[in-house]
Ligand binder design. Structure first.
Ligand code: MG
Length: 183
């Protein structure tokens, strides 16, 4: 079968990783419990930044956020390798900016995920993911972001939401933990 995965905050804990980087850069010590209660995908609110300042901060730290030691969600790598070894096809579909695609693919590979070059899609807008998911005829797709998931309600692909504080209103099958996940 054909399994598609978003990367950031679906397979890896990118926002929390960025949250720690923000704390360091801003010389603050905001507790992780504040992070866990955020109802937005963006994290700037926790630091009292407005949308504009938050966007600037995020973009200025993008390379550091993406390509340092962002933790994987427990069990994610193991599950994907298991699916791969069972003969399933694993696709990655990430809206990271185009200029980071190659480096992202390399990073994901080095972290131990099974990556095939032809099955790595990157650099699209959130709303363009649906076209790719449709074209690829995926059996399953996993994402965390409400703006993406909201566009996927009328496709044959079985869509799951990776459980996060900002997507609690989404009413589709939910993955809380990758360890032990079965479809
Ligand atoms: Mg994501």
């Amino acid at each position: 079968m054909r399994f598609g995965f978003d990367i950031d905050d679906t397979l890896i804990n990118l926002r929390e990783h960025a949250f720690h980087i923000y704390n360091r850069k801003l010389n603050q010590n905001i507790g992780v419990e504040i992070f866990r209660e955020l109802k937005t995908v963006e994290i700037h609110e926790a630091f009292g930044l407005d949308k504009e300042a938050g966007g600037k901060m995020w973009n200025s730290l993008l390379e550091e956020i993406y390509f340092t030691d962002c933790p994987l969600f427990e069990g994610a790598k193991e599950l994907l390798n298991k699916l791969d070894s069972e003969g399933h096809e694993i696709f990655y579909i990430t809206s990271r900016p185009k200029q980071y695609c190659q480096k992202t693919r390399q990073w994901v590979k080095e972290r131990g995920f099974p990556v095939s070059e032809q099955r790595f899609f990157c650099g699209m807008q959130d709303q363009e993911k649906i076209e790719i998911i449709r074209k690829l005829n995926l059996d399953f797709y996993f994402d965390d972001k409400p703006a993406v998931l909201d566009t996927l309600s009328d496709i044959a692909t079985k869509v799951y939401v990776k459980d996060q504080s900002y997507n609690q209103e989404i009413n589709i099958p939910r993955v809380k933990e990758w360890a032990g996940f079965s479809y």
